[in-house]
Ligand binder design. Structure first.
Ligand code: ADP
Ligand code: MG
Length: 255
């Protein structure tokens, strides 16, 4: 079993403290949902885990199997098994989807080992079929001219191909119609299992009808203000976020 431990994390961007003492642990075999209103710091958490250079960790730790990842470059975090699907996926003009995925997989192999091209395409087509992605997409530049829904499916294709130990999915549901949402959920559900830990960041409960989390955490003003099981998401759906806002962690559960 592998685990990620986030301990008393404080993160600043442009001298403003966005994450203010966030602690969270998750392990392989678990799906954790992080929910919260807009601006609560969810994407900041994802970006700081990925190693985005604009986000400064001023206090606290992020440990992967006991090893701090904070000093690691993003590519090293990735090779160690951390995957990030961004809320706003980047377009990479000039790099085809197939070449991008091949390079990413090749980078994970030991020195001197070559990725088998036939096996690669077999796997790629199998995962594309699963995610309803047309074959022509292999030759198109990564995310260039893709619709919002296509970009999100493409993120899940990358996830399916890279088979990471940990995946952080930032609002993979936003901008999807119900059919696309089901396809994305099917993709994620096919991937999840004992070998992977998933952190699902979402504003809405809707996605959690299709991907059922083991744990739900609510984020407000840069910290986790409440944690519970999947029923917590339903409570949020009916009550909204206001009842949890601006409550300090130590007061939670006091009533
Ligand atoms: P969420 O994903 O929960 O909607 P974000 O993490 O995107 O929240 O943003 C949290 C807060 O941090 C917001 O007030 C946002 O304006 C601020 N913020 C995030 N990134 C930056 C940045 N690069 N520069 C300045 N402020 C930022
Ligand atoms: Mg966000």
């Amino acid at each position: 079993m592998s685990s990620i431990v986030i301990d008393d994390l404080h993160v600043s961007v442009a001298d403003k403290e966005i994450i203010q003492g966030l602690s969270l642990e998750f392990s392989t075999g678990e799906i954790h949902a992080v929910m919260g209103p807009n601006g609560s710091g969810k994407s900041t958490l994802a970006k700081v885990m990925a190693g985005h250079p604009d986000y400064q960790v001023t206090r606290g730790e992020i440990l992967m199997d006991g090893v701090s990842i904070l000093e690691m470059e993003p590519d090293e975090r990735s090779r160690r098994g951390l995957f990030m699907a961004f809320q706003y996926p980047m377009e990479i003009p000039g790099v085809s989807n197939a070449n991008f995925l091949r390079a990413a997989l090749q980078a994970r192999l030991p020195e001197g080992e070559e990725l088998d091209a036939i096996e690669f395409y077999q796997r790629l087509y199998q995962k594309m079929d699963l995610l309803d992605i047309r074959r022509e997409f292999t030759g198109r530049a990564v995310n260039e001219g893709f619709s919002g829904g296509e970009k999100k499916r493409n993120e899940i294709l990358q996830l399916a191909m890279l088979e990471p130990t940990f995946a952080v999915l930032d609002e993979t549901d936003s901008g999807l119609d119900i059919d696309a949402l089901k396809v994305v959920a099917k993709g994620v559900n096919t991937i999840c299992g004992p070998g992977i830990g998933i952190l699902l960041i979402t504003h809405y409960q809707r996605l959690l009808n299709y991907i059922v989390p083991d744990f739900v955490h609510v984020m407000s003003e840069g910290r986790i203000v409440r944690s519970g099981g999947k029923e917590l998401a339903l409570e949020l759906e009916s009550k909204g976020y206001d009842w949890l806002k601006a409550r300090k962690p130590e007061t939670v559960g006091a009533n």
